[in-house]
Design a protein around this ligand. Structure first.
Ligand SMILES: C[S@@+](CC[C@H](N)C(=O)[O-])C[C@H]1O[C@@H](n2cnc3c(N)ncnc32)[C@H](O)[C@@H]1O
Length: 337
């Protein structure tokens, strides 16, 4: 029978999803994981440390326990391995991603989803009258939060740096490289490679901060530029989570600009994206597909859709590797080269 208790609970689980997401973001904001990083605490100890009220904190913690972010350790709250990722000092910390996804402008853009589906307008632009990158450009606090939130979501950077054979590459350009988390992974693993990070002005400061050791060594430069106009030359161009922000015409333009900046007879474009399968419903990739529709007017593509935009840009796929978080590394080479 349909409409039984199990169906209703399942639907309710989805409907209250935003409440749970908000509770996780609030835990990140209050520093719950930092407060538990050195070991289990009673509710009273944690409330004292975080300077919050014990009773509402314990109710928040009970909800976090229901989704396996904390657990009961002999009457004290302790982090699970998932909960540890909300700690700001964790090497793979996702705290900044939790804070970014809770940004009011993310929510306001999502509030326009119905309008976007009804009329085809871009929800972010309907909400704010400009595109997301212009919006961020005039708000330094949001630019910083965007950079650190994106960097916290780059849990595939080491996989990218080790999946591709960089032995024949002397110079790499990270096109739209954000705060440089991907380029940092490449430069740290491949000491013979020099790198250029290219992005909009708002990304310059966080990128220079992260890449400072490599800039000091003379192995890295950080440059402002518009990838729709052109990109610096290199043996390899990285496009990590860039193409999914753009419609096909602009994505082709970015790829053509990389193609034009490749050395005669070679070069690679390394595309890190979620690639939609022809069949099946991978929830993470599909959630990001709708998120891209809301935020940028872009979207995730299937393998054949990537092949088609590569072809239009004079490129051909030459390799594909699975990475964590449903990400893939697509390698492309010039069609004639
Ligand atoms: C989704 S972020 C990805 C950042 C980084 N590659 C990563 O994977 O973490 C997209 C990046 O594209 C940059 N961007 C947007 N429009 C650009 C343009 N016209 N020229 C250069 N960079 C641009 C943004 O500033 C942002 O850093």
């Amino acid at each position: 029978m349909t409409g039984g208790d199990a169906d209703r609970r399942e639907l309710l689980r989805l409907l209250v999803g935003p409440w749970v997401g908000k509770a996780v973001a609030v835990a990140a904001e209050l520093g719950v994981a930092d407060g538990l990083a050195d070991g289990p605490r009673t509710g009273a100890e944690l409330a004292d440390e975080l300077r919050v009220r014990q009773e509402p904190l314990e109710r928040l913690l009970r909800l976090l326990a229901s989704v396996d972010l904390v657990h009961d350790d002999a009457g004290r709250y302790a982090l699970t391995s998932t909960g540890e990722l909300l700690g700001s000092a964790h090497p793979a910390s996702m705290r900044e991603q939790a804070l970014l996804y809770d940004s009011p402008y993310f929510r306001e853009a999502w509030d326009r989803l119905a309008e976007g589906v009804r009329t085809g307008v871009r929800p972010f632009e309907a909400a704010f009258g400009e595109d997301v990158f212009s919006f961020i450009a005039s708000r330094p606090e949001e630019a910083r939060r965007f950079s650190s939130g994106m960097a916290a979501g780059v849990g595939y950077a080491d996989a990218l740096a080790s999946s591709f054979d960089f032995s024949g590459v002397s110079k790499v350009v990270d096109v739209g490289g954000g705060d440089g988390a991907v380029l940092e992974a490449v430069l740290s693993r491949h000491e013979h490679v020099i790198g250029v990070l290219m992005d909009l002005p708002a990304a310059m400061e966080p990128a220079r901060e992260r890449l400072l050791p490599y800039i000091a060594e003379g192995r890295c430069t950080v440059v402002e530029g518009d990838f729709l106009q052109g990109v610096p030359g290199a043996d390899a161009h990285i496009l990590s989570r860039v193409l999914h922000n753009w419609d096909d015409a602009s994505a082709q333009r970015i790829l053509s600009n990389c193609r034009a900046a490749m050395p005669a007879g070679g070069g690679r474009v390394l595309i890190a994206e979620r690639v939609l399968p022809d069949h099946g419903h991978p929830w993470l990739s599909l959630a990001f597909d709708v998120h891209m529709m809301v935020m940028t007017g872009g979207g995730e593509r299937t393998g054949s859709e990537y092949q088609s935009i590569l072809k239009q840009a004079g490129l051909r796929p030459v390799g594909e590797t699975e990475m964590p978080l449903e990400m893939r590394l697509l390698e492309a080479a010039p069609v004639h080269g």
